[in-house]
Design a protein around this ligand. Structure first.
Ligand code: PLP
Length: 397
């Protein structure tokens, strides 16, 4: 059995051609085990969590909490808040930590490489609280300007940095970034949406204070993600969303809150999604992620070399540790047209600004075509992709 056999969607055809799915940085496909787990949950255990003594409620609660437990083990993390994804996780920090700890004149350091979900929540907060945002520039070689970063840390309370760029695939020097921030008494939030699918991270070793990521980029369902929080920081954070499940007591005079992760999980949570994510983690734990990652970065590097030799502009380095994302532009064919031509031949690639407009602005472009590879992609598919591009270029370029 190959990895591919576990993914039923890979057997489908698109426009009369076998699907070649190269949009994994946007979302990954789901193995059968995830589909089965969610189906089984709704078929035989569906109930609400935490609130009832009946058998189904017990099973639902167990399924939901099992996901948290697995994430704690996977990341060696003590506090795991289940959110709807990376975006909600970052917004949670902006509300619960940011609004309690930042005031006029305080500084947040961001980078030009951030996804919009790690920019906009901070811009909203900056406007509300008169907080200063400093952006670390991206250099010609697609890395962060670490000299500017060092200088930006003066007076900073928080550093927000993307683990791996969703446009460039570049993995940032996080260990150094975290150390430098802590030496300056700033906390660090890592947007690991693109890092976690490719790299097994030990959160305690890593040393970040917050880490946000989404299940759907690592073979899990959409609609669920997590925020890991350093325990001392966690203790001091107050909830930002009120409602059922996050309280200890409620009277007409006021309420007290839960003290564990539930204080951040108001309302009915993502139960089936948690069950699905558990199954995805179980599936992934059987793989040698490091070996797979090395295989994928080799594919991405080969694709990038081929593209350069065909006269394309390629954005990224494709070094060891980077993710298997190849962003490029054709010298003559518009990226949207190119994506349509690919789609008509069964290839799924992404175009546009990839929710990273400040980065594209720095690169002097408005969008790219992005091919991103994941566990079920093969060198054969990469070769077909390049062959297809050659054919398209001969006909239309
Ligand atoms: C680097 C990065 N951060 C954040 C996000 C947002 O993730 P989600 O939409 O799952 O909240 C993405 C999704 O593309 C991403 O690539």
């Amino acid at each position: 059995m190959s990895i591919r056999d576990d993914f039923p969607i890979l057997k489908r055809e698109v426009n009369g051609f076998p699907l070649i799915y190269l949009d994994n940085a946007a979302t990954t496909q789901k193995p059968q085990i995830v589909l089965d787990a969610m189906n089984e949950y709704y078929t035989s255990s569906n109930a609400n969590v935490h609130r009832a003594v009946h058998t189904l409620a017990g099973e639902a609660t167990e399924g939901y909490e099992k996901c948290r437990h697995q994430l704690k083990e996977w990341f060696n993390a003590e506090r795991v808040v289940l959110t709807s994804g990376t975006t909600e996780a970052i917004n949670l920090v902006a509300h619960s930590w940011g609004r309690a700890n930042l005031s006029a004149g305080d500084v947040i350091v961001l980078t030009e490489m951030e996804h919009h979900s790690d920019i906009v929540p901070w811009q909203m907060l900056a406007e509300e609280r008169n907080v200063e945002l400093r952006y670390v520039p991206v250099l010609e070689d697609f890395t962060l300007d670490m000299e500017v970063y060092a200088a930006s840390l003066e007076g900073a309370k928080l550093v927000c940095v993307v683990h791996t760029s969703n446009v460039l695939g570049v993995r940032n020097p996080l260990e150094q970034i975290i150390q430098m921030a802590h030496d300056n008494d700033a906390l660090v939030l890592v947007d690991a949406a693109q890092g976690v699918p490719h790299e097994r991270i030990d959160f305690q070793d890593f040393g970040a204070d917050f880490m946000a990521f989404s299940a759907h980029k690592m073979c899990g369902p959409t609609g669920i993600g997590a925020l890991l929080i350093e325990p001392e920081v966690f203790e001091k954070m107050q909830p930002f969303m009120g409602g059922g499940d996050m309280i200890e007591t409620v009277t007409v005079e006021g309420s007290t809150y839960q003290t564990d992760e539930h204080k951040f999980e108001a309302g009915t949570p993502k139960i089936a999604e948690a069950v699905g994510w558990s199954a995805a983690l179980e599936w992934m734990s059987k793989l040698d992620l490091k070996k797979e990652h090395q295989r994928l970065i080799k594919i991405a590097r080969w694709v990038a070399e081929q593209l350069r030799s065909m006269g394309m502009s390629v954005y990224g380095r494709h070094e060891e540790g980077d993710s298997a994302v190849v962003s490029f532009l054709h010298p003559k064919i518009h990226s949207e047209d190119l994506a349509h031509l690919f789609d008509s031949r069964g290839f799924a690639v992404r175009t546009g600004h990839h929710c990273a407009q400040p980065l594209l602005h720095r690169l002097g472009i408005s969008g790219t075509v992005r091919a991103s590879f994941y566990l079920y992609n093969t060198m054969d598919e990469a070769q077909l992709f390049i062959e297809q591009l050659k054919e398209i270029t001969e006909r239309f370029g």
